[in-house]
Design a protein around this ligand. Structure first.
Ligand SMILES: [Zn+2]
Length: 130
């Protein structure tokens, strides 16, 4: 578990400047999975202060760390993008049904994840890191 947490924290530090999140203090929590839960990671971004966020990871994320590192990396990127869209999610919560908002937010975050992951891959290829 410590190995996974260390890896996630390193990835967060690597991605912070890419996403202009240097001003954030990002806390990492590992939670035991309770019956009926099936989460991998979840992000809680403090808004409107925009200085703190908490990323929680569960057992399912640890399994992905071992079996699919690319997916795992993209999940970290995905969680950090929830911090980027937090202002919209905050406004949306006031006007839109929770579930409708969640679907729209996940769709936007997923698309941003693909765009940024692809750009990062191209940059790494150009820099000869892959
Ligand atoms: Zn998400």
């Amino acid at each position: 578990m410590k190995k996974v947490a260390k890896y996630i924290l390193e990835k967060i530090e690597e991605l912070k400047p890419v996403l202009y999140l240097q001003g954030y203090r990002i806390k990492l929590l590992n939670q035991p999975l309770e019956a009926g839960e099936d989460f991998s990671m979840e992000t809680e971004a403090e808004y409107p202060y925009r200085t703190k966020a908490t990323i929680t990871f569960w057992k399912k994320a640890v399994e992905k760390f071992e079996t699919d590192r690319e997916y795992f990396d993209d999940t970290i990127l995905h969680e950090l993008l929830h911090i980027v869209v937090a202002p919209l999610a905050d406004v949306g919560e006031k006007y839109v049904h929770d579930r409708v908002l969640e679907v729209a937010e996940e769709s936007v975050v997923d698309q941003l994840t693909v765009i940024i992951a692809e750009l990062l891959n191209k940059i790494r290829i150009l820099e000869g890191k892959r």
